[in-house]
Design a binder for this molecule. Structure first.
Ligand code: PLP
Length: 394
C-alpha cells in the first residue's frame, strides 16, 4: 500500500467523513460527552422489536428480497406518503438508510462532470456523495444570513446562468446541520425554478417529524422531484439501516435505472430491518411525535448553554435536532475549537467547516436524555465562557 497513486482519485479527493475525525477526538478526550453525532436517544418501539425477535429463524429473513423492498412495506409506505405527506403520485424504493438513498439518486440522475447545487451550511454526506461519484462541480449557494433559508434568488440566477444547466438541486428539510426548516412557499419556489430550468430537485426529509414551535413540515411532488425519507431518527432505528426513496411514478425509465444502482449497492435493504420498519409504522406518527416533544427541553438547555456567544450567534433549531452557532471572529479554525472543547471541557461538537461554513459549530440535542443533556450543556457553557473570555487556553 503506502501510495495514494494506487487509490481512486474519486475517493482520495473526497472529504474525510467528519464523524471519523470526531471519533478520533472522542477517543483522545477522557470522559467526553457527545453533542456531536446526529442521533436520537430512543430505541425502536418495544412491540415492534418483540415481533421481530419471533422472525429471526424464519428462512425468508435470511434470503435476498426484492431490490425495491418488501411489497408489504412498500404498500404501507405509499399509504403513509398519501396520508401524511400529501404525495399522491409517488412510488417507493426501500434503501439501507437515507444516505444510501442519496447515493442511489446521484448515480441514477447525474453523470461525472455534471454540475449540481446545494446550500450552505450543507449536509456533509450529500457533499461527499457528489465528490465520490465524480460530480465535482458542486455549486454551493448561500443561506439567508438571518434565517439560513436557501437563497432562492441566487438559485434563480445560477440556474439561468450556468451552462449546461445544473443537473440536480438538493435541499434538506428541516436541515442538517442548521435545523432550519424550509417554509412551503420557499420550497415551492425552489421547485418551480428547478422545473423551469430542467433540473431535478432532491429533498431529504430525514427529519420530517422533528418540527417545533407549531411549524409544519411539508412535502411537494412533481415529475422533477424526488423525496428521501429515513426510519433512523424517527423510530430510533439508526443501526437497522432503513430509508426510502419516493420517486415520481409517471417518469418513464426512472425506476429501471434506479434499480440498476440499487442492485449493485445493497441488492435489498436488510430483510429483518424492513420487518422492523413495517411493525414500527404501525405505531404511527404519534409515537414519534411524543418522543420529539421531549427534545424541546433539550433544545432550550443547549440554547442557554450557547448564550456566551452573544446575541444573534445561535440560528436554526426550528426543526431537526441541531443548533447552529457562530463562534467569535477569532475562531475561524473551528476544528481546533472542537478539539479544545473536547479535551479541556469534555464536550464534543461538530465544526462548521465540515458543512462549508468555517467559524461555526453544529450542536446536536437529540442523542441524550434531558439530565445527560443538561450535564453536557453545562460543560459546553463553561467552555464557551472561557473561549470568549480568554481564548483557547490549555
Ligand atoms: C439530513 C440527513 N440525511 C440522511 C442522514 C442519514 O440517515 P440514514 O441513517 O437513514 O442513512 C442523516 C443522518 O444524520 C441526515 O442528517
Amino acid at each position: 500500500m503506502g501510495s495514494f497513486g494506487k487509490l481512486a482519485k474519486r475517493a482520495v479527493e473526497t472529504e474525510m467523513p467528519v464523524m471519523v475525525k470526531i471519533q478520533e477526538v472522542i477517543r483522545g478526550a477522557k470522559n467526553a460527552v457527545s453533542l456531536a453525532q446526529g442521533v436520537v436517544y430512543w430505541q425502536p418501539p418495544k412491540h415492534a422489536l418483540d415481533k421481530v425477535k419471533e422472525l429471526v429463524e424464519e428462512p425468508s429473513v435470511s434470503r435476498y428480497g426484492a431490490d425495491e423492498g418488501m411489497p408489504e412495506l412498500r404498500a404501507a409506505l405509499v399509504k403513509k406518503l398519501e396520508r401524511e405527506n400529501k404525495l399522491y403520485n409517488s412510488s417507493v424504493v426501500v434503501t439501507s438508510g437515507a444516505n444510501q438513498a442519496f447515493v442511489d439518486l446521484v448515480l441514477t440522475l447525474c453523470d461525472a462532470g455534471d454540475s449540481v447545487v446545494m446550500f450552505a451550511p450543507y449536509y456533509f454526506n450529500a457533499y461527499m456523495s457528489f465528490q465520490m461519484t465524480g460530480v465535482t462541480n458542486i455549486l454551493v449557494g448561500p443561506g439567508d444570513p438571518k434565517t439560513l433559508y436557501p437563497d432562492a434568488d441566487w438559485l434563480e440566477k445560477t440556474l439561468s446562468e450556468t451552462k449546461p444547466v445544473p443537473k440536480l438541486v438538493t435541499v434538506v428539510n428541516p436541515g442538517n446541520p442548521s435545523g432550519t426548516y424550509i417554509p412551503e412557499s420557499l420550497l415551492k419556489r425552489i421547485s418551480d425554478l428547478c422545473e423551469q430550468a430542467g433540473a431535478w430537485l432532491v429533498v431529504d426529509n430525514t427529519y420530517e417529524y422533528f418540527m417545533y414551535d407549531g411549524l409544519k413540515h411539508t412535502c411537494i411532488e412533481g415529475n422533477h422531484i424526488v423525496n428521501i425519507f429515513s426510519f433512523s431518527k424517527a423510530y430510533g432505528m439508526m443501526g437497522w439501516r432503513v430509508g426510502y426513496i419516493a420517486y415520481p411514478k409517471e417518469v418513464e425509465g426512472f425506476v429501471d435505472q434506479l434499480l440498476k444502482v440499487q442492485d449493485n449497492i445493497p441488492i435489498c435493504a436488510s430483510i429483518i430491518s424492513q420487518h422492523l420498519a413495517l411493525y414500527s409504522l404501525e405505531e404511527g406518527p404519534e409515537w414519534v411525535k411524543e418522543r420529539v416533544e421531549t427534545l424541546i427541553k433539550n433544545r432550550e438547555i443547549v440554547v442557554e448553554a450557547l448564550s456566551p456567544l452573544g446575541e444573534g450567534a445561535v440560528k436554526g433549531g426550528e426543526g431537526a435536532i441541531y443548533l447552529w452557532a457562530k463562534l467569535p471572529e477569532k475562531c475561524v479554525e473551528d476544528f481546533d475549537v472542537v478539539c479544545w472543547l473536547a479535551h479541556k471541557h469534555g464536550v464534543v461538537t461538530i465544526p462548521g467547516s465540515a458543512c462549508g461554513c468555517p467559524g461555526n459549530l453544529r450542536i446536536s440535542f437529540g442523542g441524550l436524555v434531558e439530565s445527560d443533556c443538561r450535564a453536557a450543556a453545562e460543560r459546553l457553557k463553561r467552555g464557551l465562557e472561557e473561549l470568549v473570555r480568554d481564548g483557547m487556553v490549555l
